[in-house]
Design a protein around this ligand. Sequence first.
Ligand SMILES: Nc1ncnc2c1ncn2[C@@H]1O[C@H](COP(=O)(O)OP(=O)(O)OP(=O)(O)O)[C@@H](O)[C@H]1O
Ligand SMILES: [Mg+2]
Length: 268
Amino acid sequence: MSLSVERASLKLGGKAILQDIDLQLAQGEQVALIGPSGAGKTSLLGLANSSHTPDSGRVTVLGQQPARLGARALKVLRSEIGSVYQVPPLPGRQRAIHAVGAGQLARQPLWRSLLDLWWPAQTAAIAACLRQVALPEVLYQRCGELSGGQRQRVGIARMLYQAPQLLLADEPVSALDPLQGRQMLQVLQDDARSRNATLLVSLHAVDLALELFPRVIGLRQGRVLFDLPTAEVTPALLQALYAGDETVAAPALDIPVFAGSSVSGPRC
Ligand SMILES: Nc1ncnc2c1ncn2[C@@H]1O[C@H](COP(=O)(O)OP(=O)(O)OP(=O)(O)O)[C@@H](O)[C@H]1O
Ligand SMILES: [Mg+2]
């Protein structure tokens, strides 16, 4: 298993955020995580990337329990876990080439990282990753000069450059238009598929989750409401998932369900 969460619960600020979460992701699986705002999607991804430790239960990532690892082993494990954030934490003065190059920081000694910040040895590889997200022109641009959507794509390029075994993406296309959002998800899927890596993506775009992913997990109020092959996710389940959430337009819940779609994206 790439990710195993067993009866895990998480409290933050004294508040119960996740309760009794059970899920298993086999190597190479591609799974979408959906649910209303505040359901706990980001918190669950935080358990998976070891930025949160469960208060009870167990989380095993790539065969190891982060909570039991020392600093050095945790760093090695984290180098195999890639995270894309909705708002990528990119320093405004940092150039895109360094932001993407940082994807490999955990894999190399400090002296090499410092040298690379000054003079990236992997410029061609970094440029190729920016081409994959359709941003070849921003290589030497400062992140603070990029639009929200461009910053999101730099965050995706950084994960492509990292090439981790477990890819975790939290609303990775929320700042992109629908066409570009679909394309970027396909870039992530193609990358994961080509390396038999595992992909878990949280999405507000339910239509993209159902269209592109073979398995969907619905999270509501900190609990897994369903964890099903996409073909078994019914409109009634989606209604139950988003009940009382006015931020999701009714028609969005009326979308036809695509059975195990295998859309193939452009390879770069
Ligand atoms: N550090 C924190 N301290 C206290 N509560 C927190 C903290 N982080 C998140 N929460 C709470 O945990 C709940 C789940 O938050 P989370 O960000 O995981 O939801 P989400 O499903 O990702 O929502 P969204 O779709 O809006 O991103 C929310 O009620 C939120 O207020
Ligand atoms: Mg979130």
